[in-house]
Design a protein around this ligand. Structure first.
Ligand SMILES: [Zn+2]
Length: 349
């Protein structure tokens, strides 16, 4: 199996949409779609597959992410779901001309095909203590798709979202994709897509943008799913909040913010601390890459964006003005549908 070229990827579907992307008509998302495309969104919890053509995106099918059986179960699940998505709208998988896959990462490349080494899917990474029902060191993804479909593009979901935001969302200037920008998701995990000088960064294995795994603390209660202790994701991701703060009475992110809004000083201090870590992470990206704009999404950010934006901006503005004065931190233009557009952006670009 030769998978040919490799593209990068990352994503997330937080909004259940059946029968079409809501609000898509104003985005003109489907202009220029030639042929039938399959759009695949892979997360640690669920996978979603739709098909898109000039008539729009439809036939959405969703299942829990395959985590049992042989380690190509996920790839085989995606092949099957593409067939089911097509069949649900009276089309044939044989007519699919391209498959875009926006997936959680990281990736490894084997035989020139992408496999996932995602901590929330592959039980062989952290061992039995992690509680996953498999011992996979990696999940085969691209090879089964290559065996069935002519054109396949797999990319990290952060990169998929970045491309969607540059094509339809907040990372545009006068209708043209911005050259120096990033998309950052603050969700169950922390993910990013990076673009410098007009080039979307992919890296040697398509993993550019995994800046959520930068070490930023010696805090020993911040165990990330990747095995690091004290990285950004381990400290502030949605799934870090119950791990770190359930013993303080905050069972999850929602409970933490409810308490904060109710005037709970301890909860407010925790949120301030989370924002300090995220704000500094964003600042570090800006000064490292000389970015013009970052758009943010993800469930933790999106549900509390009006509260969080000023706090995050305060960690960037006023610091090293030559790099930050003209920088903007904005909410994702595609809102909580950015994940839906990520896979579509991958097959159109
Ligand atoms: Zn990590």
């Amino acid at each position: 199996m030769d998978c040919g070229h490799v593209f990068a990827l990352d994503r997330r579907l937080e909004k259940e949409i059946d029968g079409g992307l809501s609000g898509s008509s104003s985005l003109d998302a489907f202009t220029g779609i030639v042929g039938l495309k399959a759009c695949v969104d892979i997360g640690g919890t669920k996978v979603a597959v739709s098909v898109a053509d000039a008539q729009g995106i439809r036939g959405r099918v969703v299942e829990p992410t395959a985590k049992e059986g042989a380690n190509d179960a996920l790839g085989q699940q995606i092949v099957r779901l593409i067939g089911e998505s097509c069949a649900s709208v009276g089309l044939s998988a044989a007519d699919v001309t391209a498959v875009g896959v926006s997936s959680c990462g990281p990736f490894v490349i084997r035989n020139r095909c992408i496999e996932l080494t995602a901590p929330n899917i592959c039980g062989g990474m952290a061992g039995k203590a992690r509680g996953l029902p498999n011992d996979w060191a990696s999940a085969v993804l691209e090879a089964p798709l290559r065996a069935r479909f002519r054109q396949v593009r797999v990319a990290n979901d952060g990169i998929g979202a970045l491309e969607a935001e540059r094509r339809w969302g907040a990372l545009q200037v006068n209708g043209k994709a911005m050259d120096n920008c990033a998309y950052v998701t603050w969700s169950t995990g922390i993910g990013m897509g990076l673009c410098v000088d007009g080039h979307v960064l992919h890296g040697k294995n398509g993993n550019a943008g995994h800046a959520g795994h930068m070490f930023v603390s010696d805090n020993n209660d911040a165990l990330c799913g990747c095995g690091n202790i004290g990285d950004v994701e381990g400290l502030i991701a949605g799934n870090a909040i119950p791990r770190r703060f359930a013993s303080s009475g905050y069972a999850d992110a929602a409970a933490l913010f409810v308490a904060t809004y109710a005037g709970d000083a301890k909860a407010n201090a925790i949120v301030d601390d989370l924002c300090r870590v995220m704000g500094r992470t964003l600042y570090n990206l800006v000064v490292t890459l000389d970015l013009q704009r970052i758009s943010m999404g993800g469930s933790v950010f999106w549900h509390h964006r009006e509260f969080l934006l000023p706090k995050l901006r305060s960690h960037i503005s006023g610091k090293l003005g030559s790099l930050t004065d003209s920088f903007e931190l904005v909410p994702a233009g595609l809102g909580d549908t950015v994940g839906d557009y990520a896979a579509l952006a991958l097959v159109l670009s």
